[in-house]
Design a protein around this ligand. Sequence first.
Ligand SMILES: Cc1cc2nc3c(=O)[nH]c(=O)nc-3n(C[C@H](O)[C@H](O)[C@H](O)COP(=O)(O)OP(=O)(O)OC[C@H]3O[C@@H](n4cnc5c(N)ncnc54)[C@H](O)[C@@H]3O)c2cc1C
Length: 326
Amino acid sequence: MTDSASEKIDLAIIGGGPAGLTAAIYGCRAGLSTIVFSSAVPGSQLLKTDALENFPGFPEPVSGYDLLEKMQRQAVKLGAEVREDEIIAADIRENTANNEPEPDASKTKLFCLKTDSGKTIKARSVIIASGAVPRMLGLPDEQRLLGRGVSYCAVCDGFFFRRKPVAVIGGGDTAVGEALYLAKLASEVHLVHRRSELRAAASLAEKVFASKNIKLELDSNVVAIKGENSVEGIYVKNSKTGIISEIPVSGVFIAIGQTPSSALFAGQLEISPSGIIKTDNRCRSSVPGVFAAGDVADPLYRQAIVAAASGAKAAMEAAEYLKEIH
Ligand SMILES: Cc1cc2nc3c(=O)[nH]c(=O)nc-3n(C[C@H](O)[C@H](O)[C@H](O)COP(=O)(O)OP(=O)(O)OC[C@H]3O[C@@H](n4cnc5c(N)ncnc54)[C@H](O)[C@@H]3O)c2cc1C
């Protein structure tokens, strides 16, 4: 990375979801010059939900968009800059070669980030809050029919399947959330899960059982997606009987988990085999000065409030780190 026209800041936050925006609020309140870098794609997972009922302070359901907009407004009001610009390269290794030869070199460790718009950012601390992206089934026709019936986001694409039959693949919170959302639009929703019971929270699962147009297809794996120009159905194999049956649907919503957005940092800090950035209970990564918050560092909870809370912790730790090194 070249050093021409680089910007120097206290805190660079990668990700504009609840973790990153909360970190920005706390970073600014701690007096740190703070920039949030947020890529348009994949965008916060919160944008996929139109009704959060479990974020404290909102007795009525709030859409992910509205919640994020409020968080961003609050962060900006407190002095954060929020840029829609993806970080495409990062040099966050300890004792990085990008450190500047300044008189007090021990105190000037800078992490170097390069953005999609061609800017170079040198930050004294970094919070990685890049979230996660949905996992793919890996079927041959999945990519070919993407956008032609195959989707990973019910809120984004559900509208196109009004009064049509759809399938949701998966059995966790995400899949069940997608199925419940689609049940309001589609004529029927087939919730296809490879296990014999749902993994989703009991409160969500109960809503599925109570729904009139969600049909559970348990012990079932999707083995193929049917359709030439658009999705016409799925072939599902029952793992107990071995029977393959066709379910005619116009849309297939794949919700089988997420991949943490941590590839950019591979080899530079400790990352688990599943892609989760390893942190201690103070959001500190294996590299001093680099913190991780939200779903990219959370193998367990993956909830907006938990992401927001870890963003707050990470920013407080970043402020503490910067105080200690100066
Ligand atoms: C369908 C669905 C429904 C959900 N419903 C609920 C719910 O009801 N209640 C609840 O509490 N939680 C819910 N969740 C979970 C919640 O959305 C996540 O836990 C939360 O959004 C995680 O926050 P985050 O900030 O860690 O990551 P995200 O919200 O995923 O944000 C990550 C951000 O990082 C950006 N980014 C990634 N890489 C880069 C890069 N290289 N450069 C710049 N920016 C980058 C992304 O574009 C995005 O803006 C739901 C999730 C889904 C998918």
